[in-house]
Design a protein around this ligand. Structure first.
Ligand code: NCD
Length: 302
């Protein structure tokens, strides 16, 4: 098994063997609603320079459920010494002396890589601007496995802001360890997937602006939010924000066993009326994050 230290990109965990091991551990923990003391005495530092609900709380809950402890700065741009002009690299080296692992969320693409370069303790990228979000991809793939029992050969429509959506960038890398995937990327022309995330994919991708046409054949519809905070011009965001709305009509086009996913938070791209449909997996998906992150922390720190 490949030894991982830092997780700055989904590339670091893109091995079938590792994913299978993590998913088995996550599933065992989930079935038993487990708590244990495997990480007793260890400390996780969560350093967040951007807002977070799920990523932060699920990492913290995961650490606490494993008997570890947590240090957290939830608005590090304002409440850490970054406000006084301290560089990210200096902050990371200092926190290395206090914690056994760091989860970092930062608005700049590449920040996690910069941080990892000066970190002796494992550095986990919890989102670096419009770059990547590898642990979200991990819980997304785990959700596919839980919901559908297999991943090879799935037909997945990924919809929304594929330019800025970091969860999608990481997800495509992880899905690439599976075979015969049919990946259909649905976005407005202005928000297509950047070339750098397409280049090395083995699986075939198909790009379109039309969501409706994809729905009757999709096994999975992965909706994403138009990433308001990444737009320079408010007007451009306003023009694009309602590009895709998944409501009752869209639901009616889906296969009986299809799965609707979303990394959350959602704004208007999935109507509330869709929530009650058994195919809507997005809240289950968010809950899965806890167990996947428990499995990951155990793997990194035990
Ligand atoms: C995502 C993120 O932060 O990239 N949220 C999350 O961690 N589940 C998705 C988003 O903000 O749209």
């Amino acid at each position: 098994m490949q030894k991982i230290h830092h997780i700055t990109s989904a590339q670091n965990i893109a091995s079938r063997e590792l994913l299978e091991k993590l998913f088995q551990t996550a599933e065992t923990l989930q079935n038993k609603q487990a708590r244990n003391d495997s990480l007793q005495g260890k400390i996780l530092a969560c350093l967040l320079y951007e807002p977070s609900t799920r990523t932060r709380f699920s990492f913290e809950a995961a650490m606490l459920r494993l008997g570890g402890q947590v240090l957290s700065s939830e608005d590090a741009g304002r409440y850490s010494s970054a406000k006084k002009g301290e560089t990210l690299e200096d902050a990371i080296q200092i926190i290395n002396g206090y914690a056994d692992c760091i989860m970092l969320r930062h608005p700049e693409k590449g920040a996690a890589q910069r941080a990892a370069e000066v970190s002796d303790v494992p550095l986990i990228n919890g989102g670096d601007g419009p770059g990547e979000h590898p642990t979200q991809a991990l819980l997304d793939v785990y959700t596919l496995y839980k919901e559908l029992g297999k991943i090879d050969g799935l037909n997945i429509a990924i919809v929304g802001d594929l330019k800025h959506g970091r969860t999608v960038h990481s997800l495509l890398m992880l899905l690439d360890v599976y075979k015969d995937m049919r990946l259909r990327l649905v976005s407005p022309k202005q928000l297509t997937l950047p070339a750098e995330y397409k280049q090395n994919l083995q699986n075939s991708i198909e790009e379109t602006t039309n969501m409706q046409d994809m729905l009757s054949t999709a096994d999975v519809v992965y909706m994403t939010r138009i990433q308001k905070e990444r737009f320079e011009a408010k007007e451009e965001y306003e023009n694009l924000k309602d590009s895709y709305i998944f409501g009752k009509e869209e639901l009616a086009l889906l296969k009986k066993n299809a799965v609707i996913m979303h990394p959350l938070p959602r704004v208007d791209e999935i109507s509330k009326e869709v929530d009650k449909d058994p195919r809507s997996a997005y809240f289950r998906q968010a809950h899965n994050g806890l167990y996947v992150r428990m499995a990951l922390l155990q793997h990194l720190l035990e």
